[in-house]
Design a protein around this ligand. Structure first.
Ligand code: 4AD
Ligand code: MG
Length: 460
């Protein structure tokens, strides 16, 4: 269907006075005696474009009404004219056609709907300004991630979605099986023998283990795809399906990878600041006052860095009454992370050298024997957005760690082999795309940053 994007019509001032064909959905409309107006949006930009219907031209009142109804899809041929404000243009319709009508039962009426209500209509919520903006930023952010890694000599590799191992060892793996309930099956062995792979399989929680394989041949790689966690927690920060960016770098230690993570976060933040101005202004006004200044600060200033051990001291001295205990050896809870980022540092902070016992099996053990070369990047308002570490590259230490955690050795044969043949220091991290999007847009619930959220008891 030949037509111009509304964004193009607005940007190209040479079109003023000329005839164009545009399409879109009616967001709002107004009807008066001699003239009617429709605010049209085709998804090419946040702002709507005003279409003016002269009633001397559009004499069929019923037909005009159908084209003015909220949610209707229309095609308009008309002349581009100056709008009220200098930078505005509007289109005076000469012909118009109803592509898809809409009724009074259209769920998006002319009022501000709650985010909770909008979650019940995932197929329509993207037609609101808020979600139009969120998903435009999501697209730009993803593009910027690819651009960053491409420009810096990384290869984009694809790790499998179906795996036989649990990378994080947290037991939050969704099972992949073709065998249904069968009362004849008595044991686990019997069950899996008849299953598709002849052994337990699951949806990947992380592409890291395969990423390490690729990095120890290609040098610098990243994966960027969906990952899955059957976490039972119903929080505003956890989704069962989320997108993760996972670079893995050979010949890099923990300090190198912290530098890379910092550089990447700054780069993609700058990209969004430069390419999503209208969207960020909208979020700043409607969702988080000061958002743009915050992001500018992220792009321009240094991140903080603190040792886990020191962070525990800071929390203990805070004078705060936390719900969860603060003790060396215990994991940081959301309330602790929020204190560190929102109140103490007031900017992104890398917490480094966590106790070995609370972190994953693959992390490099520090000489103290108690901690690992791992870090989480915490940001104000959201908490952890990156999980990062240098990997254990010593065969014996890794073997001992896998065994002592009761993990099945045969699942990690290949992974251990990497430490047997040409083992090198290497490091990587995982950035949760939706968490980053929460930080960038000011959305306070992860369900509002992914098109079709999958969370506990929610699958629409
Ligand atoms: O800290 P995590 O568990 O680290 C890993 O999976 C490593 N294998 C990554 C690596 O080193 N290659 O997860 C990484 C990030 C978190 O910091 C968070 O941003 C996001 O993934 N994340 C989630 N996002 C949404 N919902 C969930 N349930 C998430 N779990 C983790
Ligand atoms: Mg983590």
């Amino acid at each position: 269907m030949q037509h111009l994007d509304l964004k193009k019509v607005k940007a190209d001032k040479t079109l003023i006075g000329k005839s164009v064909t545009v399409c879109g959905w009616v967001r709002t409309s107004r009807d008066s005696k001699n003239v009617a107006f429709a605010e049209l949006n085709d998804g090419s930009e946040l702002e709507h474009t005003q279409i003016v219907f002269d009633k001397a031209v559009f004499t069929d009142g019923n037909k005009l009404a159908s084209m003015l109804s909220l949610g209707a899809a229309i095609k308009v041929v008309g002349t581009v004219e100056h709008g009220l404000k200098d930078e505005d243009v509007e289109i005076r319709a000469a012909q118009a056609e109803l592509l898809g009508g809409s009724g009074t039962d259209y769920p998006l009426q002319k009022k501000r709907h709650t985010m909770e209500y909008l979650r019940t209509i995932p197929h329509l919520r993207v037609r609101t300004n808020t979600f139009n903006a969120v998903f435009r930023v999501r697209s730009e952010l993803s593009y910027a991630i690819h651009e960053y890694f491409h420009r810096n000599g990384y290869y984009y590799v694809h790790s499998p979605i179906i795996t036989g191992s649990d990378c994080e060892g947290a037991g939050e793996v969704f099972k992949v099986t073709t065998v249904g309930f069968d009362p004849k099956i008595k044991t686990e062995d019997e069950y899996y023998k008849n299953d598709f792979f002849g052994k337990p399989a699951g949806l990947t929680v992380s592409g890291q283990l395969e990423g390490e394989v690729m990095a120890t041949a290609l040098g610098r790689i990243y994966t960027f795809g969906p990952t899955f966690r059957a976490e039972n927690s119903n929080t505003p920060r956890h989704a069962a399906e989320f997108w993760q960016v996972e670079p893995e770098v050979a010949f890099a230690d923990i300090d190198d990878i912290i530098g890379i993570a910092t550089d990447m976060i700054k780069y993609i933040t700058r990209h969004v600041l430069d390419n999503c101005k209208k969207e960020l202004e909208f979020f700043d006004m409607r969702f988080e006052n000061g958002l743009i200044a915050k992001l500018q600060n992220v792009a321009d200033s240094e991140f903080a860095r603190v040792d886990y051990t020191e962070a525990i001291e800071i929390l203990k001295k805070s004078g705060k009454q936390f719900v969860y205990p603060v003790e060396w050896g215990l994991d940081l809870q959301t309330e602790h992370e929020r204190y560190l980022t929102d109140e103490y540092y007031k900017k992104p902070v890398f917490v480094v050298n966590y106790p070995r016992k609370i972190k994953a099996f693959y992390m490099k053990q520090n000489p103290d024997g108690k901690t690992v070369a791992a870090t989480d990047l915490l940001v104000p308002g959201v908490g952890e957005i990156i999980g990062c570490s240098e990997r254990e590259n010593d065969y014996d230490k890794l073997l001992a760690e896998i065994s002592s955690r009761g993990m099945k050795l045969s699942d990690y044969d290949n992974y251990l082999d990497l430490r047997k043949f040409g083992s090198v220091p290497h490091s990587g991290f995982g950035l949760g795309l939706e968490r980053m999007l929460m930080y960038v847009t000011g959305m306070t619930n992860i369900r509002d940053t992914i098109e079709f959220p999958r969370t506990k008891d929610e699958l629409r």
